[in-house]
Design a protein around this ligand. Sequence first.
Ligand code: TRP
Length: 332
Amino acid sequence: MTRIFSGIQPTGRKHLGNYIGAITQYVAGQDRGEGIYCIVDLHATSVPYDPAGLREAVYDTAATLLAAGLDPDRCVFFRQGDVREEPELCWLLCSVTAFGDLNRMHQFKEKAGSQRDLVSASLFLYPVLQAADVLAYHANEVPVGEDQRQHVELMRDIAQRFNSRFGEILVVPEGRYPEVGGRIMDLQFPDRKMSTTGGSSQGIVYVLDDPGVVSRKIRSAVTDSGAEVMRAPDKPGVSNLIEILAAVRGSSPEEIEREFDSAGYGAFKQAVADAVVAYLAPVRERYQELRADETQLERILVEGGDKAHAIASATVADVREAMGVGPVRAHR
Ligand code: TRP
């Protein structure tokens, strides 16, 4: 059975691009294989942050994922910091990670460049902890955005180098990149991806926005001169709305084009707005219920952490043994 692993940052509010591109993929993964999903609070400490804010953000993210349909009975859903084997494995894997490779990571260079005071060592080691996340669970498949391609390539290299140096213990995972939905663009600047960093406030639809706000943002999306509801390179605004409606309905862009052939932009945008509102409304309602009960969220995460720990501790025991580190297992 395919084992799927992904990690999600406990940062900010999730937007429609995150939702369609990543979160719905996690939910679908529960049916396709064995899903293991992690909120990466340890990764979040690699840039300046506020401890109380981190806890809030972890609960916000947990409630969002549960509201979207992650089912703790059908997947392993946990918080990275609950599993101590992960930072331990990160250290062990550092021995088969090239310093030069880490120095070439785009995300490190970008994030390091934007830090005003401290560039932490954890920012540099971030990709090794990410490798440990995946390799600790012998995952075959890693659904992530395009921006994570370099990190996935690195974890593959790390696993291969480990196996050739210490013996075949780790599974070399494959990245899985979204086809649609990875391409949801900013509504105001449709030549850029919808993103909380560098996006426009009117161009981003948040999962938890009020229905009225969602509708307004979509109805005021930038479209192009012309009137045809058709995808074209010089019509990024309309193309984006077509992709969004197709993703939300679970249909194809071609079907949307056919249906709205002669509708005009106004009616088309209204239809997209209504569809997105209807799509997000139940998620928002479930979110509010789930988010109100922190005790329950904490319980779900701790139980998920126990399941994750059971898998990761077996891997790390094998890794330690192979590396000749710590007590000999037979003597314990
Ligand atoms: N770095 C990923 C991101 O920023 C999050 C992440 C952490 C992750 N650990 C992971 C993704 C393991 C996939 C697998 O989106």
